[in-house]
Design a protein around this ligand. Structure first.
Ligand code: GLY
Length: 358
C-alpha cells in the first residue's frame, strides 16, 4: 500500500501522511519537521498502553529526548484541570520554545495537546498522530484546538496548525466498532457537503466491508482530508466556507447535550443532526426531493440511523449556545443535493420556526 501525502497550506504549511506502520516510523518523519531537542508525548491511558512505547522508541531512535504525559481517556478529561497539569508537566521538564509536543491519540488528545502547544510559552510546535478514524478524517487537520467548559464543548481554544499529521491506518485495527462508526459520521458528512462521488461510493459498502478493506478505507480517508484541506485553505478561521464542515453539528451538539454526552457518540449525534436538518429542508423545498431518504440509506449502512427522544423543535434552545451563532443570527448548513452545501443565515425566530415540523 502506498503512502499518501496531502499538503495543507494555511497559516502554517504541513503534510498529512496517510499510510501503514507510521507509528514505528514516526521518529524519522518528526525529525524532518522540527529542530527540537525534547519531545513531549501527550496521550491517554488507553492509547499509551498500545502505542506509547512504540512511538517513544521510534522518536528516541532519532536522538530526541522524549517524556510522556498520560491522562485518563475520555471527553471528561478535556478540561482546564488537565490542561493545567500538562502546562505544569512541560514546565517541570523545562520545555523551551523550540521543543515540540506529540499528540498521540484521538480527538480529545489532539484538541487538548494542540491548545497546550498554542498556549505554553505563547506557542510551541506540535505534531498530530491521530489514532481514531474521527481524528484522522477531521480533528487532526485544520488547526482547531481547545478544551471543554462545563457550559459546552470546545468553548475555549485557538487556531494552531500542527507541523505534521501522521495517520497510521494500522491504528484503526484496535478501534472498537463503536469508535469506527463514530468516525464514519464525519465521513458521510464530507460526502454530503462536498462530494457526490464520495457519497455514492460510501453507499457501495457496509461498515463491516469498509473496515476490512484497508485500500478503500485509505482512499476514503485521503478524500476526506483533501476536502478538509481545500476548505481550511479557503477559510482557516471559519468566517465562511469552513462553516460547511458544521453540517449536522448544530442539532448534533444539542442532541449530545440532551443526553448529557453519555450513551450517544459525537458521530451518531451528528448523523441524526444531518438527517433532521435535511428532512426539515426537504419539507420546505430547500433540497432535492428524496435526499433525506438517500442520506438515511447511507447512514443505515454504517449503523448511524438512530432514533432519538427529542424532536427538532425541542432542540432549539440548546442550539442558542452554538459557537456558530453571530449576534442574533445562526448559520445553518443545508445540502441542496448530495455534494452541494451552503450556509443559510437565520434569525433565532426564523430558526425556531424552521425547527417546527408540519
Ligand atoms: N471539525 C470542523 C472543523 O475543523 O472546522
Amino acid at each position: 500500500m502506498t503512502v499518501k501525502k496531502i499538503t495543507v497550506k494555511a497559516s502554517g504549511t504541513y503534510d498529512v501522511i496517510i499510510g501503514r506502520g507510521l507509528i514505528d516510523l514516526c521518529g524519522s518523519y518528526v525529525k524532518d519537521v522540527t529542530k527540537a531537542v525534547k519531545l513531549g508525548i501527550i496521550t491517554d491511558d488507553n492509547v499509551n498502553a498500545i502505542y506509547g512505547d512504540r512511538a517513544a522508541a521510534s522518536l528516541e531512535k532519532e536522538g530526541f529526548s522524549v517524556c510522556r504525559y498520560v491522562f485518563p481517556h475520555g471527553e471528561a478529561s478535556k478540561n482546564s484541570e488537565t490542561l493545567v497539569k500538562i502546562w505544569n508537566f512541560l514546565c517541570e521538564n523545562h520545555f523551551t520554545r523550540t521543543d515540540c509536543l506529540i499528540a498521540l491519540g484521538g480527538g480529545v488528545t489532539g484538541d487538548m495537546t494542540g491548545f497546550a502547544a498554542a498556549s505554553y510559552l505563547r506557542g510551541i510546535d506540535f505534531v498530530q498522530i491521530p489514532t481514531s478514524l474521527l481524528a484522522q478524517v477531521d480533528s487532526s487537520v485544520g488547526g482547531k484546538t481547545g478544551i471543554d467548559l462545563p457550559g459546552g464543548k470546545n468553548l475555549v481554544g485557538a487556531f494552531k496548525q500542527p507541523k505534521l499529521v501522521l495517520a497510521d491506518m494500522d491504528t484503526l485495527d484496535t478501534l472498537t466498532d463503536e469508535f469506527f462508526i463514530d468516525g464514519m459520521g464525519e465521513v458521510v458528512k464530507y460526502g454530503m457537503i462536498k462530494s457526490a462521488s464520495l457519497f455514492v461510493k460510501l453507499g457501495t459498502y457496509t461498515a463491516e466491508e469498509l473496515r476490512k478493506n484497508k485500500e478503500a478505507l485509505t482512499d476514503i480517508i485521503a478524500e476526506c482530508v483533501s476536502i478538509k484541506r481545500d476548505v481550511v485553505e479557503a477559510d482557516e478561521c471559519e468566517k465562511g466556507e469552513r462553516m460547511l464542515l458544521n453540517f449536522g453539528h448544530t442539532l448534533g451538539h444539542s442532541i449530545e447535550q440532551y443526553y448529557n454526552y453519555t450513551g450517544i457518540s459525537h458521530g451518531m449525534a451528528v448523523a441524526k443532526g444531518m438527517e433532521m436538518i435535511t428532512s426539515l429542508a426537504e419539507k420546505r423545498g430547500m433540497c432535492a426531493p428524496g435526499l433525506t431518504g438517500r442520506l438515511s440509506e447511507c447512514l443505515e449502512k454504517y449503523h448511524l440511523k438512530i432514533d432519538v427522544k427529542p424532536l427538532p423543535c425541542e432542540l432549539g434552545e440548546a442550539c442558542m449556545n452554538d459557537k456558530k451563532r453571530s449576534g442574533g443570527n445562526i448559520n445553518i448548513i443545508i445540502c441542496s443535493k448530495a455534494g452541494v452545501s451552503s450556509a443559510v443565515k437565520m434569525t433565532v425566530e426564523e430558526f425556531t420556526e424552521f425547527l417546527k415540523q408540519d
